[in-house]
Structures are given as C-alpha cells and as structure tokens.
Design a protein around this ligand. Sequence first.
Ligand SMILES: C[S@@+](CC[C@H](N)C(=O)[O-])C[C@H]1O[C@@H](n2cnc3c(N)ncnc32)[C@H](O)[C@@H]1O
Length: 222
Amino acid sequence: MSNIVNDLVEGYIRNTLQDKSGLLRDLEVYAEENNVPIVHKEVSDLLKVLLKVQKPKRILEVGCAIGYSSILFASTLGEDVEIITVERNEKMIEKAKENIKLAGFEKNITILEGDAEELLNGVSGEFDMIFLDAAKGQYQLFYDMVIDKLKIDGLLISDNILYKGMVAHDDFVIRRKKTIVKRMRNYLDYICKCDYLDTSLIPIGDGVALSYKKEERGDINA
Ligand SMILES: C[S@@+](CC[C@H](N)C(=O)[O-])C[C@H]1O[C@@H](n2cnc3c(N)ncnc32)[C@H](O)[C@@H]1O
C-alpha cells in the first residue's frame, strides 16, 4: 500500500500499463528480489513520455542505484543522449556498471562515484533534465547545487516527494522519519512558490514533482 493512491486504483493502473521487456524487466525483478528502490512502474512510464516530448540531450541524475532509470532514459532517447548519474553505494555502483555495460550504454552513461553533496558542485555544463532520486532529506541541498545547471525550458523531476503519504498527512508519519518529512515539506513549499519555476505535484508511485524552469533564479529566490 502506497498511502498515496487508493489500492484498487493503483492496482488497476499497474495491471493496465504494459510490462517492460528484456533487460529493464530483468532489472525490475532483481530490484524486487533484492529490495533495491527503483522508480515505480507508473513513474517510469510517465518519465518515458516526458523524455519523448522533451527530447533532452543531457541529463543529470542524483541517485543511480543499479542503473535502472539511467538505462530507461538511454533506451528511450537513443545514442545521442549523455547521462551523468551520481551514486555513493559501492555495491550499487558495481551492479550499475555491469547493467550499463549489458545494455550497451557505456558511452552514454557516466557514473560519478561518491556523495552527491561533495560531487554536484563539480559537475560542469548545462542540462536539459535533472532527476532527483536520492536521500529524501537532502533534496533542498541537491536542488541548490543543481538548479543553475538546468537550462531555461529544462525540466527538474523530483521523485518520492510524498514518501509513502507521510509528507501529505501526519497520520502516516513514522516517528523516526519526522525530520525527513519536515525537510521534504519545506522543499515542496519552496519549489511550488519559486517564481522562476512552474511546478506540478503528481500523486503517482511515491509522488513526483515536475518543475519547468521558466527563467534563471533571480535575487528574490536565491
Ligand atoms: C531510489 S534509489 C535510485 C533509483 C534509481 N534512480 C532508479 O530508479 O533506478 C536512491 C539511490 O540514491 C543513492 N543515494 C542516496 N543519497 C545519496 C547521496 N547523497 N549521494 C549519492 N547517492 C545517494 C542511494 O545509495 C540509492 O542507491
């Protein structure tokens, strides 16, 4: 139960969406069996549609895990895309490298190994799309490090923003998650009120925020 969408509705959507095939399907099974958190099925389909509409050439991802979402991006966009993805867990990095090689996207996907907090400032160039999918309590910090690297007309996607419903209502909050929930609420308030972004909060999967960058951040929001 996700606490986000009615179970019957969620079940219907998941059963109706087409299953992935090949390596992506294998990675979904691996993730399920090994408790690796990857994007939910309905979110991966939303991402595919967004990718096809926006056609990004450069993507920055924070949180690679076993490489599922990076491979999804590359397989949707083809040979021209460049993806830089950050991961700090050594076992995940090892598995992601294996999977990226298997998928044939070694030229397209670069893993930056280490903590995003230390690495993001050093990432150079501009991006058409940025995907935040790492430690939920650090989104504001990641945001501050990446937003100036997002092009105007670019898309910032933040995953797991409703965190099992806890962000939406105190009744769902587990005591030890209080700080993360408070930080996520502050982050969502921030991106929704930013005058240089248009943001939409979508209650699918574990919650997704889509933020379109209209202009550079000015002094008011800096
Ligand atoms: C939800 S998983 C990413 C899933 C992946 N995007 C996908 O859908 O296939 C989050 C990952 O972020 C990594 N992570 C969390 N905080 C991080 C940080 N501060 N720096 C680098 N990696 C981080 C975790 O080790 C974990 O593998």
